[in-house]
Design a protein around this ligand. Structure first.
Ligand code: 5GP
Length: 192
């Protein structure tokens, strides 16, 4: 168990499993976009680690661009997505793949897809490392999904809890019981 700020988290998906799933996603993309030019648009901050490891396995004629939006505060989605910052490359008539760390309500992705569609890309798909089917209420489901998980809060591999924990190479799950009773585990590691 680890503690980040005031919350306890358990190891959920270890780095080897993450990296093999990311490599698998790259295999699908390499095959589906074979001989085509692709622009990957990575949604910061959470997707930086996913993007980095995915790109190491991508064997396509591609560009990688980064955008920023925000809809999460603490451990719950506000659904209030602000403007997209950083959409600078020309994507008109290009194949575009959005890279998301995690799709929860899907509202962020809806907003991003609608804004990007205005630029008339040749095609527009989404590759998400994680997806929460029970929480999803969006219009556009990701076409490529690494892990489908329950409606729980996760942290690590780029994903944060109040900006902490992004550097963790494994993915951790919020431990609801430990957070209720606030017990201390002997194997506890604190990140403050
Ligand atoms: P949505 O708009 O789909 O509800 O939320 C999308 C964004 O919220 C993600 O890109 C991510 O930044 C954040 N998010 C959603 N679920 C989680 C989660 O379980 N853990 C963390 N750390 N961030 C999440």
């Amino acid at each position: 168990m680890i503690k980040i700020n005031d919350k306890y988290f358990d190891t959920f998906i270890d780095k080897n499993r993450i990296l093999s799933e990311v490599a698998q996603l790259a295999t699908f993309l390499n095959s589906d976009y074979k001989s085509q030019e692709v622009i990957f648009i990575s949604v910061l901050n959470g997707s930086f680690m996913f993007t980095s490891d995915l790109m190491k396995n991508i064997d396509l004629d591609c560009e990688v661009s980064f955008i920023k939006v925000k809809s999460y505060s603490g451990t719950s989605s506000t659904g209030d997505v602000n403007e997209i910052i950083g959409l600078t490359s020309s994507i008109t008539n290009k194949h575009v793949v959005i890279l998301e760390d995690i799709v929860d309500s899907g509202l962020t992705l809806d907003k991003i897809k609608k804004l990007i569609t205005k630029e008339n890309p040749k095609s527009l798909k989404t590759c998400a490392l994680m997806f929460k089917p029970e929480a999803f209420k969006g219009e556009f489901k990701p076409e490529y999904i690494g892990f489908s998980i329950a409606n729980e809060f996760v942290v690590g591999f780029g994903m944060d809890y109040n900006e902490k924990g992004r550097n963790l190479e494994d993915i951790y799950l919020l431990n609801k019981e430990a957070n209720q009773v606030k017990t201390k585990s002997p194997s506890l590691v604190e990140i403050n």
